[in-house]
Design a protein around this ligand. Structure first.
Ligand code: FES
Length: 142
């Protein structure tokens, strides 16, 4: 093989590899990634030994955050933890005894009812089912 043709083969191969990587990057950019999580209808939110009375945890409920609240009497309530004002994630504030939205100081009571601030309606409540030591949360049957 002559020196000139060897360089041509080398350059052609390099250009082909570069072009392939550019095309692969464009395709990867244009195609949306597979959703890691789908809409959930029922998820395991916690175990029964996980939450003290008057505490809460955030868990993943499909594509949205969920809030599992353990009441002072040991019972549980669960909500979609998305504020009904502008969709910020809410959290339980033990010091205030309310479910609180940090975005605009919205407040919900432990039944998910909007009691202060701009949220226009209650949180979406979820059903809680305890099976053995596991706490499952699901969408209410309508
Ligand atoms: S988004 Fe929650 S109070 Fe505004």
């Amino acid at each position: 093989m002559k020196r000139r043709s060897f360089i041509n083969v080398l350059l052609s191969g390099g250009i082909a590899v570069w072009l392939g990587s550019v095309i692969a990057s464009i395709i990867a950019y244009l195609l949306p990634p597979e959703a890691a999580v789908s809409d959930a209808s029922s998820v395991k939110a916690a175990t029964t030994d996980e939450l003290e009375p008057d505490s809460a945890k955030i868990f993943q409920f499909g594509k949205k955050p969920g809030l599992l609240l353990r009441l002072e009497d040991g019972g549980y309530r669960a909500f979609v933890a998305v504020c009904t004002h502008l969709s910020c994630t809410v959290q339980y504030r033990k010091d205030m005894g309310v479910i609180w939205c940090a975005c605009h100081n919205g407040k919900f009571n432990k039944k998910g009812i909007n009691i202060a601030g701009p949220p226009p309606k209650p949180l979406d409540e979820l059903e809680v089912h305890i099976r053995g030591e596991d706490i499952f949360v699901s969408k209410p049957v309508t």
